[in-house]
Design a protein around this ligand. Structure first.
Ligand SMILES: *Cc1c(COP(=O)(O)O)cnc(C)c1O
Length: 411
């Protein structure tokens, strides 16, 4: 396997260390092949809002598996899951299940192009939307960690149709609309940027995108693959009260299994085959085991949402406070946070680039030594789950203070 891994950031290259091989996870902890226990803040990069091996989810998966792993035919659970998603996200008037966030955003863009008859799209520097060709332009997440925000192997003719704006800068979007009048199919955005570290939208940014799209006949796509079901049951669309035309969900919606979803306006989604002329398909789409895990997760969240979201936010706030005490900058929305090894909390990609990556590396090593598994990159988020105990959060807060103490930040 290239780099010994099946997804680049797992290789620990940015921090120059050896990745841990994980053999087991339960609740808020993972255990490596050497028998070491870690409090986990990566949580598989977002899916595990309920923690590892949550009883209700595992039970649903086992029961489903007993009855066959895949059919390639419609099943009841797909409809039940679709109803749960619609219940949480009313703008998902019509939706389709796929296997990964990459597929979801790629397909949403295809239908946006089909609907508008236009080729160009706008994305934001430092936002990550999966690894499809047209979206690997100035991308975040592992692309930043590997210092190559533009991938080799993407034809220039594809990349030409991807226009890049600056996150939290409406003027940069307006300029692109102006220079490409009548040619832009959609704007795709992480409503809370979380793949350059967490950067919340400035007040009015998402509303401004909504208005610019409406004024220019373009569709607004929220990539809620991280934020969906995390920052609120209805994701960022609910939290900020902005309705996208299309949205993509992944991670939590699959409860730890490979499942994602895209959808939105009925008139747009009606263009997908077999109803319309935009093709999109998948042998394992809506897989019975994946839908069982997703359904168990969303049902638990719906029934316990007041508890869950308040509790994870409270614990994330404690971590935020611990970073602040040491003088490290931090951004947080709900249970999603990132410490930034810089003076000022970043409000956009150019701020994020100012971070001291050597300090990050030292901090990472110290956290891992003390039994805290945080993302091995400055450009990722920290995920707090419902399984994190007060005791473990308390320990991590103390470890943060120790690990950051000697890094030379003013308090
Ligand atoms: C993780 C992620 C994706 C890609 O999802 P995969 O399941 O890894 O393909 C897309 N968009 C955002 C915002 C993500 O965080």
């Amino acid at each position: 396997m290239p780099g010994g891994v099946n997804s680049p950031v797992r290789a620990f290259r940015a921090v120059g260390m050896t990745p841990r091989f994980i053999v087991r996870g339960k609740g808020d902890c993972i255990y490596d092949a050497d028998g070491k226990e870690y409090i986990d803040y990566v949580m598989s990069w977002g899916p595990l809002l309920l923690g590892h091996a949550r009883e209700e989810v595992v039970k649903a998966v086992k029961e489903a598996a007993e009855n066959g792993l895949t059919f390639g035919a419609p099943t009841g659970r797909e409809t039940e899951l679709a109803e749960e998603i619609q219940n949480a996200c009313p703008h998902m008037e019509m939706l389709r299940l796929v296997n990964s966030g990459t597929e979801a955003t790629m397909s949403a863009i295809r239908v946006a192009r089909g609907y508008t008859g236009r080729d160009k799209i706008i994305k934001f520097e430092g936002c990550y939307h999966g690894h499809s060709d047209g979206l690997l332009v100035k991308a975040g997440s592992g692309c930043l960690t590997g210092a190559a925000p533009d991938s080799a192997g993407v034809p220039a003719s594809y990349a030409q149709n991807t226009l890049v704006a600056q996150y939290n800068d409406l003027q940069s979007v307006e300029n692109l609309f102006h220079a490409n009048s009548g040619e832009i199919a959609c704007v795709i955005v992480e409503p809370i940027a979380a793949n350059m570290g967490v950067v919340p939208p400035k007040k009015g940014f998402l509303e401004g995108l909504r208005e610019l799209c409406d004024r220019n006949g373009a569709l607004l796509i929220f990539d809620e693959v991280i934020t969906g079901f995390r920052v609120a049951f209805g994701g960022a669309a609910e939290l900020f009260g902005v309705r996208p035309d299309l949205a993509a969900y992944g991670k939590i919606v699959g409860g730890g299994m490979p499942l994602a979803v895209y959808g939105g306006r009925r008139d747009v989604m009606s263009l997908i085959a077999p109803l319309g002329s935009v093709y999109q398909a998948g042998t394992l789409s809506g897989n019975p085991i994946a839908t069982a895990a997703g359904l168990a997760t969303l049902r638990f969240l719906r029934k316990n949402k007041d508890n869950v979201y308040a509790e994870v936010e409270q614990n994330a706030k404690k971590l935020e406070d611990a970073y602040r005490k040491t003088g490290v900058a931090v951004n947080r929305v709900g249970s999603l946070l990132s410490p930034f090894f810089t003076k000022k909390s970043p409000s956009g990609f150019s701020d994020v680039k100012q971070c001291d990556l050597q300090k990050f590396t030292k901090y990472f090593g110290r956290m891992l030594e003390r039994g805290n598994y945080v993302a091995p990159s400055q450009f990722e988020a920290m995920f707090v789950s419902f399984a994190h105990t007060d005791e473990h959060i308390g320990k991590t807060c103390r470890d943060i203070e120790e690990a950051c103490a000697e890094l030379g930040f003013d308090r």
